[in-house]
Design a protein around this ligand. Structure first.
Ligand code: B1M
Length: 571
């Protein structure tokens, strides 16, 4: 049973809040002071926190001892509950907010020399990469567990990192990146570190990164201790072990990797030289006509319509950590679902006044030429751009060019291209909230923008199907749309069917997305982060697959990748 989220839920939520909050408050008050102080952190609440901190101080306990005592005990318990799946990301962020508020209050009573810092880390997203939602989560978790974090931001070249190492003398360096290209940039950065005598522990993380790539490529390039951190809490555990004299030596000695995997042993990229259209793709279907061939660029006015295209699993599950079927549990008034829904609604209320969803798209006349697709200006003889694709490394393997039908009676088939974004102003607003200690809001703003970009992709793709003359059936549910149960499919460069990010340049040449505020970085990533580009095909036989390398294209970063969403770089 899929209950769409609506106003009924809003009313139910406020009623639920009134009752429960009163109940919890009563229970906590019965706890002894130290447990109460830890409990504020665990529950992620600030109600009563400051008076209890002052009560603890009035008992003669030094502020630093309160931080390193009951408060840090609370944060440690938060880490344990998170790893035991009893707390979700959103709740961990609320705990960090309480910790920030507590430390912020106590600092005024501390000697300047007094510091609770357990260690220092320089953190950055690598050169060419714009992603920081992951890095910022790491900063929030580490800085509220007693670590000083020097966050250098995004697109940080090795020389700036080496400069920061000299200036801040950190106990560790943390590198972040979203894409496979960034994993390779980490190898380059690590070897630059080695050449400049940097030997502090190196922690690396990012969606497309893997333990294997870290131990067989980044580690050997660095030559000193290197750690793969699959998430922020793992980053914290590694820092705690490194800063613990009892564990440091053993942890470091077991994370120095010398045997390089990769290039020497890299299997030759799989190139399927066949140019035969796969028999899995029919050719006996009529070429659907498109409603227009001119370039369209829009501010998408109705944000709440975009938000109705957001996949709840991604927003509430992937980014905010909710476990289980969010929509179903919300309909059943599950307290965690209610809390999270209300928190996101508050962020949406504010974002509605400033968040901008923008889109640029165009249909192009298209011709298939073996494993390439030629795009033409209306009626032109010469192509204005050619995209070359790889083919699935098997007999009858698929290639994206197979989905473009041959010219019929002088009529060419078509291919759609689009770029959407919801990233304008997001980084600054999230940073401001983070500086104010509103961590859940800071993270939710970035997560909402990212999923608004995805939602805008889903909305625009639907619109392009309508403009192509095959609207979705009225019974198609949003969930079915999320699993692309409609005619045709969209493919994004970097994903397994078209892994070469360099091909983004072609989209930039044709669509000029700069006009909707999206720049392409030297690493062929889109700035702002909350942006998506795609090729849109109408063919009913479209499927997701992993292509081998595109012949003639210079080999992009090695990409194993499976068809669905979890493409990790392997050494
Ligand atoms: Co897309 N994307 N994406 N994407 N995306 C991936 C990464 C991809 C693997 C999917 C795939 O192929 N199946 C693929 C990359 C493959 C490749 O590299 N070639 C991919 C692609 C190709 C793209 C686009 C290029 C597609 C396109 O539009 N052409 C595009 C690029 C956008 C751009 O350039 N601006 C794109 C866009 C997006 C969205 C914006 C829609 C969205 C948000 C991206 C984001 O997170 N910033 C998105 C998403 C959500 C994903 C997946 C599904 C999930 C990523 C995620 O979880 N992010 C991802 C597939 C996958 O991983 N399953 C995919 C949430 C974030 C909090 O996690 O950044 O991993 P993460 O940070 C974590 C940990 O990694 C760790 O802790 C953090 C918090 O727990 N960590 C550290 C990270 N840094 C650390 C540093 C440390 C310690 C720990 O130092 C101490």
């Amino acid at each position: 049973m899929r209950a769409a989220i609506n106003q009924f839920h809003i009313a139910a939520i406020s009623d639920y809040f009134r009752k429960t909050v009163k109940r919890e408050k009563k229970k906590a008050a019965e706890l002894p002071l130290d447990e109460r102080l830890a409990n504020y952190i665990i529950e992620g609440t600030k109600d009563g926190l400051i008076p209890d901190l002052d009560l603890k101080r009035s008992e003669g306990t030094a502020p630093l001892d309160i931080i390193n005592g009951p408060l840090m005990k609370g944060m440690t318990e938060v880490g344990r509950l998170f790893n035991a799946n009893e707390l979700i990301v959103a709740e961990v962020l609320q705990s960090a907010e309480a910790m920030k508020a507590a430390v912020g209050h106590l600092e005024q009573f501390m000697e300047k020399a007094d510091t609770a810092a357990r260690g220092k880390i320089v953190l950055a997203t690598v050169k060419g990469d714009v992603h920081d939602i992951g890095k910022n989560l790491v900063e929030i978790i580490l800085s509220n567990n007693g670590y000083t974090v020097v966050n250098l931001g995004i697109k940080v070249p090795p020389e700036d990192l080496i400069g920061a190492w000299r200036e801040h003398k950190p106990d560790a360096i943390g590198l972040s990146g979203l894409l496979v290209k960034s994993a390779h940039q980490m190898v380059t950065t690590a070897s630059d570190f080695k050449d400049h005598g940097v030997t502090v522990p190196l922690l690396v993380g990012g969606a497309a990164l893997s333990e294997k790539f870290t131990t067989t490529r980044i580690g050997p390039a660095y030559g000193a201790a290197t750690f793969y951190a699959k998430d922020a809490m793992t980053g914290l555990r590694i820092m705690n072990e490194l800063m613990d004299p009892a564990q440091r030596e053993i942890v470091i000695s077991t994370h120095i990797f010398t045997t390089a995997g990769g290039p020497a042993t890299d299997a030759a990229p799989v190139v399927n030289l066949s140019t035969e259209r796969s028999p899995k793709v029919r050719t006996d279907i009529p070429i659907p006509s498109v409603a227009y061939l001119d370039r369209r660029a829009r501010d998408v006015p109705n944000l709440s319509e975009m938000w109705s295209y957001i996949n709840p699993f991604m927003l509430y599950g992937r980014h905010l950590g909710f476990k289980g079927n969010f929509e179903k549990l919300l309909a059943e008034r599950d307290p965690k679902a209610m809390d999270l829904f209300a928190a996101v609604e508050r962020v949406k209320e504010e974002a509605a006044s400033w968040m901008k969803a923008r889109a640029v798209w165009q249909f192009f006349e298209a011709e298939r030429s073996e494993n390439a697709i030629h795009l033409f200006a209306p009626g032109a003889a010469e192509p204005i751009h050619v995209f070359k694709f790889g083919r699935q490394p098997m007999a009858g393997g698929l290639c994206l060019s197979d989905y473009v039908l041959d010219k019929k009676d002088g009529t060419r088939d078509h291919l759609g291209l689009f770029v959407v974004t919801a990233g304008e102003g997001v980084r600054q607003r999230s940073e401001d909230a983070k500086q104010r200690g509103e961590y859940l809001k800071a993270h939710a703003i970035q997560a909402l923008a990212i999923e608004t970009a995805e939602g805008c992709s889903e909305w625009l793709h639907r619109r392009m199907r309508e403009d192509w003359g095959f609207p979705d059936s009225p019974t198609l549910t949003m969930q079915e749309r999320f699993t692309s149960r409609y005619r045709g499919k969209r493919y994004s460069f970097g994903y397994p069917a078209c892994p070469s990010l360099e091909d983004q340049q072609g989209i930039w040449t044709l669509l000029r997305p700069e006009e909707i505020g999206v720049q392409l970085t030297e690493g062929f990533m889109m700035d702002p982060e909350a942006s998506v580009s795609a090729l849109v095909f109408h063919h009913p036989d479209c499927a997701y697959f992993t292509a081998g390398e595109a012949p003639s294209n210079e080999a992009p970063a090695p990409m194993p990748g499976d068809v669905k969403n979890d493409a990790k770089v392997e050494a």
